[in-house]
Design a protein around this ligand. Structure first.
Ligand code: HEM
Length: 185
């Protein structure tokens, strides 16, 4: 079934979840790698900017997917947490999910604005250029650069906690009511 039921995730939510997980984790590691590359000579710049182009194009894909995911969440709400979850655990799960959604918006938006503010084009896999939404601005560029840089570490930390929660429930209660990883697989 494509839609979520009261207790299970449907195929659309699962596809969006795992596709975005793969894209976001790759973006984080490629982002950290490329930002640290030397860019002094023409060759070094050419090497680094290949990664920049790919990072930006996949970042735009991540932005489109999060919009689709938020729309889909309204069309087909997520299944409720099982009754076995204690009130404190419910708050933790919801807080982590909320922060993840927030950062899944903040990261691509700050990256997009950073490129615009720096006057750098965003090519969608060489097919066409994405529209410019803000003009060049050093102050904005610096601000969104900081947001993107710190945001990258925060989203990584939250993904690790999110995974740790899923693994903990799998180990504690494999196949049982609180093993919520099974309904996302
Ligand atoms: C979910 C989406 C995204 C994630 C998780 C992500 C993550 C990251 C991370 C972790 C870094 C390294 C930060 C640093 O150490 O300076 C980075 C750098 C960068 N990202 Fe993204 N990014 C995303 C989307 C985008 C988008 C949509 C664009 C532009 C269209 C973009 C443009 C850039 C640029 C230009 C840099 C290099 C900054 C520098 O040279 O210091 N990112 N990204």
């Amino acid at each position: 079934m494509i839609k979520n039921s009261a207790t299970e995730y449907g195929s659309m939510a699962k596809t969006l979840h795992w596709l975005m997980a793969a894209i976001i984790l790759t973006l984080i590691f490629v982002g950290i790698y490329m930002a640290g590359l030397p860019k002094d000579t023409a060759e070094e710049k050419q090497y680094a900017f290949q990664f920049y182009d790919l990072h930006k194009a996949f970042g735009v894909v991540a932005l489109l997917l999060i919009v689709l995911r938020l729309i889909w969440l309204r069309v087909s709400p997520a299944p409720k947490l099982p009754a076995a979850f204690a009130p404190k655990e419910r708050i933790m799960v919801k807080a982590l999910q909320g922060l993840l959604y927030l950062l899944m918006i903040i990261m691509p938006v700050s990256g997009y604005l950073m490129s615009n503010a720096g006057g750098h084009p965003i090519s969608f896999f060489g097919l066409f250029e994405m529209p410019v939404v803000v003009g060049e601005s050093e102050a904005l560029g610096e601000f969104v650069h900081e947001v993107h840089e710190y945001g990258g570490w925060v989203i990584l930390l939250i993904i690790v906690l999110h995974m740790a929660g899923a693994i903990k429930h799998r180990l504690k209660d494999k196949g049982g009511e609180s093993d919520i990883l099974k309904r996302m697989l």
